[in-house]
Design a binder for this molecule. Structure first.
Ligand SMILES: [Zn+2]
Ligand SMILES: [Zn+2]
Length: 284
């Protein structure tokens, strides 16, 4: 009798002791399931959104965007990027993101590799034969600046790092350092991108030429493109490019003809992106 009671009590005590643990385990199990469900929903939303926008992300082939790129090395603004219209590594291929030497990243993509999400600051620089990452930059001053290299500013030697900030003309310049790789940045139409090699904590001023350059874009109607001997770009420019079917852009058959296959290529690329998204997101 005594034995049984004791056994019973012991069992009861044990189960009492276990119960809160179980409840806790259940709770975290529920949370885990909820987490999985939320991650799943987010994935579906994100992937469907990126899939949908895949072929629709601007700048599309036929559109014409402009971003301003200012570069400040150790407190001195570099001159505007030199003009280039062909890809540095394949000089017979036109660069859809190129420079007319006016500080602007002229963006009228010819292929999906330079359209939509691929129309980044880094793509512009790559097509021009330069390099930029969050740790190093090799631009048109012909010097590689790596994080930790020294800047002499007002006679003072200081270690500097690659930093960057963005803004829009006519709006207050925040000068806030942005995180991540400035080369991967997909800039917006009319956006100002400033890249600096400066000591951490430095003021990140607005590039002095940005407002002027963006206010005086000379090729939006395609008038200037003709004179530069790039006939294909005419249809790609701004508003007429957007209409696509505009018969006046017939002369630019090149851009019209490539529109369909390029779009397909774009969605294929995003399809691949989505596949790699899953394991990455689940790992988090
Ligand atoms: Zn342009
Ligand atoms: Zn151009």
């Amino acid at each position: 009798m005594t034995k049984t009671t004791t056994k019973y009590k012991r069992a009861k005590n044990r189960s009492k002791a276990r119960r809160p643990k179980r409840a806790g385990a259940n709770r975290s199990w529920n949370l885990a399931i909820a987490g999985v469900v939320i991650v799943g929903v987010v994935l579906v939303v994100v992937s469907s959104r990126s899939y949908k926008s895949a072929a629709e992300v601007s700048p599309k082939i036929g559109e014409h965007w402009h971003g301003y790129l200012g570069v400040n090395v150790c407190g001195t603004w570099l001159p505007d990027a030199p003009a280039f219209e062909e890809q540095s590594d394949s000089p017979t291929v036109r660069a859809g993101i190129h420079s007319h030497g006016d500080g602007l990243m002229h963006t009228h993509p010819y292929s999906s590799s330079e359209a939509g999400r691929n129309a980044t600051t880094g793509r512009f620089l790559e097509e021009g034969g330069w390099e930029l990452s969050e740790t190093s930059m090799t631009l048109w001053d012909g010097t590689t600046h790596e994080n930790g290299d020294t800047c002499t500013i007002k006679g003072k030697k200081q270690k500097a790092v690659v930093q960057w900030a963005t803004g829009f003309p006519g709006k207050p310049w925040s000068g806030e350092a942005r995180s991540g790789n400035p080369g991967s940045y997909k800039f917006d139409d009319n956006e100002i991108i400033a890249v600096y090699f400066l000591p951490k904590g430095s003021k990140l001023p607005k590039p002095p030429g940005a407002e002027d350059s963006l206010a005086n874009i000379t090729d939006v109607d395609g008038a200037n493109l003709g004179t530069t001997g790039v006939p294909g770009t005419t249809g790609a420019s701004g508003t007429s490019g957007a209409t696509g079917n505009d018969p006046t852009s017939g002369a630019t058959g090149a851009s019209g003809a490539t529109a369909t296959p390029s779009t397909k290529r774009g969605s294929e690329i995003v399809g691949e992106m989505n596949v790699s998204w899953y394991p990455a997101a689940l790992a988090v």
